[in-house]
Design a protein around this ligand. Structure first.
Ligand SMILES: Nc1nc2c(ncn2[C@@H]2O[C@H](COP(=O)(O)O)[C@@H](O)[C@H]2O)c(=O)[nH]1
Ligand code: MN
Length: 701
């Protein structure tokens, strides 16, 4: 990750100068807050850089959402396996899909299927509520529903790393969405002209919040997002039917990852994992009394879900749960009671559970020395050095008795050289003995932690992943932590850098944890400081959505941490939402980027011949909870046509059933960035759950 300027953060290691310049221009718009984020797949786009996340205050740039409003992905896992696909030729399956779904630009349906009719009814009602007639943009909008489009829109039959078959498709709001976008891009230009606004680029023309033109755009854009999403669902229904017809067996949807799919994050002894990934197995889960219990996790089929919005210490979290799911509550007076999701109300406080601290936990001296070097040490060839300055000197030196070379005193610090290099380069294993982990945390805290005047301990780091590790290590030894918060601070040259902070729960720590006297003194003095640990309910609403739900079956306490909480998931990659970032409510436009808040599933395709990924967001705040939406183009279409041949395409597509035509030369995998590089760039944004390899690819000319 690189700060290109104060208001532009970049995750793309492959970035052409044109895209960089385009993003720089956009980042200078006065209403960007706090910065524009370029994703690893960023490339030059029409209007705004594709692969950019643009947070705006009080204004919106229609071209930053793009002309394919609501474009996105949907994936469905079926019961079939690679072996089932080998049983008969795949060409008839491809041809069946090509027949069932109108492909190519301008193509649409000649009649409405029953499911399309129902979806058209929903969209008709939504348009009425939004106060406009989509037919004024495209008379045939209804027959566009369930059609793919051309270029990089695709339908694929893929196989994951364990041989399971997924159906995967990418499309947007088709012609009607395009016309809506074009209209508002033109309105924004006229508005800016009328005000004599000198724009660095006409495509950065914006609408101002509060004006009629602004709200009209928002209403119509949201309708186009809904159209795009129902368009994908309609196509997916047909592709599932094609697979059933081809195989002679009803294709079942075992898991759907699309805009409405849910995800539950569950605490297990080896880390927090999506519940879907645990389904079918037995796992060590955290129960109400802070103990680890092995329990089975399984699917409970498709059910309707409500959205529950929670907050704790300023961090907001959305969870999807079935209306009948039971929650454990605690009143302000400490009384415990239960309520179903549907009965929850704003202000209710959820009960919480943290792993119990092992009896007699002590700080291991060697591990503490190692933790200190990890935080305040440096690497010296194949050894590492502990660097002490100020008060750390006297307090921590005894940890190093008999370790490394004798201390050397410099004007500003004391150093101990000759320590093992891995003390600086590696973190301890999470299954290390509890005293060692506790000791490592104590040493690391002495280096990079602080205790404030009220006695609250906080660790600070420029590395998000170091703090993610700290949270896991704390969990392993029974120390509760708060969510990671992030700040931007100005560097020496004025370049801002991100700083991440995690709070440790006082109640789980003893004075022995604090190796520096002033830390320990503040911790002890703040003994009576209040510690708010529970999540408060902000709101609950029915969503009308149905999704696969999962639960653990825990004997005895009948409870587990984050039981049956389904996190919502919206997989559009060209859209705008109201979101809160760095303390302010902004309009967040993702143009070729997906929401990657913690626990949210998403899809990142590679190209017609390379791998695609089912991912789960890490909630990196500096990326504005976003991640790439694909590999991103490296060659323009014309350059790809000049560079590659049909034979190159055939070679790249060996083993994949596709329509062999000149039309796809500009879609050759080599025209896109290397997906391995993109995924490496995205390591601190998403975690990969599945790798998909296509066996059938369908595209329009
Ligand atoms: N799995 C496939 N991925 C593909 C294919 N064609 C393109 N792509 C990837 O999708 C994104 C979508 O980009 P967008 O900006 O049009 O939304 C693109 O960056 C590629 O990585 C394909 O046939 N199969
Ligand atoms: Mn798209």
């Amino acid at each position: 990750m690189e700060h290109i300027n104060k208001r532009l953060v970049n995750w793309a290691s492959i970035l052409d100068p044109g895209a960089r310049e385009q993003a720089e221009k956009a980042s200078r718009m006065p209403f960007i807050h706090p910065h524009l984020a370029l994703m690893p797949d960023a490339h030059l786009g029409k209007g705004a850089t594709v692969g950019s996340v643009i947070p705006t205050l009080g204004a919106i740039i229609p071209a930053a959402v793009g002309v394919d409003i609501g474009c996105g992905m949907i994936a469905v896992r079926t019961q079939f396996t690679r072996e089932d696909l080998r049983s008969r030729p795949l060409a008839p399956l491809r041809q069946a899909i090509e027949k069932a779904v109108p492909l190519s630009a301008g193509k649409h349906n000649t009649r409405l299927t029953d499911t399309a009719r129902e979806r058209v009814d929903v969209l008709t009602r939504s348009a009425e509520a939004a106060g406009f007639d989509p037919a004024s943009y495209a008379g045939n909008w209804a027959s566009q529903l369930g059609s793919l489009g051309s270029g990089n829109h695709f339908i694929e039959v893929t196989v994951d790393e364990t041989g399971r078959v997924w159906l995967f498709l990418h499309s947007g709001s088709r012609g009607v969405g395009n016309k809506i976008a074009q209209k508002h891009i033109a309105v924004a230009r006229r508005q800016c002209e009328r005000r004599w606004i000198d724009l660095p680029d006409l495509d950065l023309a914006y609408l101002v919040e509060g004006e009629d033109e602004f709200w009209r755009y928002i209403r119509e854009m949201r309708w186009a997002q809904e159209f795009a999403w129902l368009n994908r669902e309609e196509m997916m229904d047909r592709v599932v039917d094609c697979l059933s017809g081809w195989s002679g067996q009803d294709a079942r949807r075992l898991e759907t990852v699309n805009c409405f799919a849910g995800e539950t994050k569950v605490i297990t002894r080896t880390g927090t994992r999506p519940i879907e990934a645990l389904a079918g197995g037995r796992h060590e889960l955290l129960t109400a009394n802070g103990e680890w219990v092995k329990a089975p996790v399984r699917s409970f089929g498709r059910q309707e879900v409500h959205e529950v919005v929670l907050s704790r210490s300023g961090v907001v979290k959305k969870i999807r749960a079935t209306p009948g799911h039971r929650w454990l509550l605690r009143s302000r007076r400490g009384h415990e009671h239960e309520a179903t999701t549907a009965e929850l109300k704003a202000g209710d406080r959820l009960q919480f559970t943290f792993p119990r601290r092992p009896e007699g936990l002590a700080v291991d001296r060697l591990a503490a020395a190692r933790g200190f070097v990890y935080g305040d040490g440096s690497r010296n060839g194949n050894r590492s050095t502990a660097n002490f300055c100020g008060t750390k000197d006297a307090a921590l030196m005894p940890l190093f008795d008999g370790l490394g070379r004798p201390p050397r005193v410099y004007s500003d610090q004391t150093r101990i050289n000759g320590l093992p290099v891995e003390w600086k380069t590696e973190r301890p294993p999470l299954d290390a003995p509890a005293d060692e982990l506790y000791g490592w945390l104590a040493g690391y805290f002495a280096a990079d932690g602080d205790v404030d005047g009220t006695g609250r301990p906080t660790l600070t780091s420029a590395s998000f992943s170091d703090l993610e590790f700290v949270r896991l290590a704390c969990q392993a030894v029974g120390i509760g932590t708060f969510g990671i918060r992030s700040r931007l601070r100005s560097g020496f040259g004025g370049e801002p850098t991100a700083l991440h902070l995690v709070g440790l729960m006082r109640g789980d720590l003893g004075p022995e944890f604090f190796l520096l006297d002033h830390h320990r003194a503040r911790f002890v003095a703040g003994r009576h400081a209040a510690e708010r640990r529970g999540w408060n309910v902000i709101s609950v609403r029915p969503t009308g959505e149905w999704t696969e739900v999962y639960c653990a079956v825990v004997e005895g306490t009948q409870s587990f941490a984050l039981a049956d909480n389904i996190l919502t998931h919206n997989c559009h990659h060209n859209y705008t939402e109201r979101e809160t970032h760095f303390g302010k409510e902004v309009w967040l436009s993702r143009k070729g980027a997906i929401n990657a808040e913690e626990g949210r599933p998403g899809l990142i395709p590679g190209s017609m011949g390379t791998a695609s990924y089912v991912v789960v967001g890490k909630g990196n705040p500096v990326s504005l909870n976003s991640s790439p939406h694909g590999a991103g183009r490296e060659y323009s279409r014309s350059k790809a046509r000049r560079t590659f041949t049909r034979d190159d395409l055939r070679k790249a597509m060996e083993g994949i059933e596709y329509r062999d035509t000149d039309a796809f030369i500009d879609e050759i995998p080599a025209a896109y960035k290397d997906i391995d590089v993109v995924m490496r760039d995205a390591e601190d944004l998403v975690e990969v759950r599945h790798t998909l390899r296509q066996v059938v690819n369908v595209k329009g000319d």
